[in-house]
Structure formats: structure tokens, C-alpha cells
Design a protein. Structure first.
Length: 159
């Protein structure tokens, strides 16, 4: 195997002296988080997906939620002080974030958008997030994710 190519996520974590573990898995196209956890052996409750939404104001927001959960749009809007938020269209993901669907990480987007992480992450010493490309996950301490992204915790899932 040749030299490992680092993603933006890894370069940013390295620059911030954050320790992480990279997990790679075979995957040629988008698969959902549950299948990713299955392939990597990651605990489902500690695996998080990254969703990008747009508020009524036109601003973009990043939500990091457990892979088996759905975002509660009212709670998500309230967390960022918006009247409402909605998912951005799949076709706009790369233009807005710089990432492809299935490889979207809360770390290293084209711009640093306001980020909200579901409060359940706080109870773990490590969580799994996208590594910035399909087939790569990053395992890190949620405190480090919060620090690098400037995120805040909130209860943003339907329940």
C-alpha cells in the first residue's frame, strides 16, 4: 500500500494537535451511516452523521447527530435562533461544503459554518464521524470535535 493521502479533516486535526484514529472501509459510493458502522464495527450509538441545513435567513448550519436518529427541525432551528431550517438539496452539497454526499465531515468544510452536535455525544470518550471522503471515518474525543469546530451541544433529534 502506498503513502496514505490525508484528508482536510486529518490535516486540520493534526494542525490542532488532536489525536484521532482513522478507519477505512471498502466503499465505492454513498452508503448510509448504519451500513458504515456495520462495515467498520463502530458502535451505532457512538457513530454520528453530518447534515447541512439552511435557515430561513439564508445561513447554513451543520448538525452532527447519531446515525440512527432523525433531526427534529424545530429543535434544530431553535438551537441556532432561526424560524426554520431545511436540508440543503443533495446536488448542492459539494458546492456549499466542498465534500461529496457520504463524505461530508463537520471538520474542514469550505467555510466554517455554525455547528451543533447532539448532546448525546457528550457522554462518550470517543465518537465516529466522517473522515472527509467516502470510505474513511475518524474516531475522536467529542471534546476535540467541539474545540476544532467551535460547536455547541443541543437536543436536536426527534424523539
Amino acid at each position: 500500500m502506498g503513502k496514505e493521502v490525508k484528508t482536510n479533516v486529518m490535516r486540520i486535526l493534526d494542525r490542532n494537535h488532536v489525536s484521532y484514529e482513522m478507519v477505512q472501509y471498502e466503499c465505492d459510493e454513498f452508503i448510509d451511516g448504519l451500513h458504515t458502522a456495520e462495515k467498520t464495527g463502530a458502535p451505532v450509538e457512538q457513530s454520528f452523521k453530518t447534515l447541512v441545513m439552511q435557515g430561513k435567513s439564508g445561513s447554513f448550519y451543520v448538525y452532527v447527530v447519531p446515525i440512527a436518529e432523525e433531526v427534529d427541525l424545530k429543535s434544530a432551528a431553535r438551537a441556532v435562533g432561526e424560524k426554520s431550517v431545511e436540508m440543503i438539496p443533495v446536488k448542492d452539497i459539494t458546492r456549499i461544503t466542498g465534500y461529496v454526499r457520504g463524505g461530508c465531515s463537520p471538520i474542514g468544510m469550505k467555510k466554517q459554518f455554525r455547528t451543533v452536535v447532539h448532546q448525546s455525544a457528550e457522554k462518550y470518550d470517543k465518537i465516529w464521524i466522517s473522515g472527509g471522503r467516502i470510505g474513511t471515518s475518524i474516531v475522536l474525543d467529542p471534546k476535540d470535535l467541539m474545540q476544532v469546530t467551535g460547536a455547541e451541544y443541543a437536543d436536536i433529534v426527534a424523539g
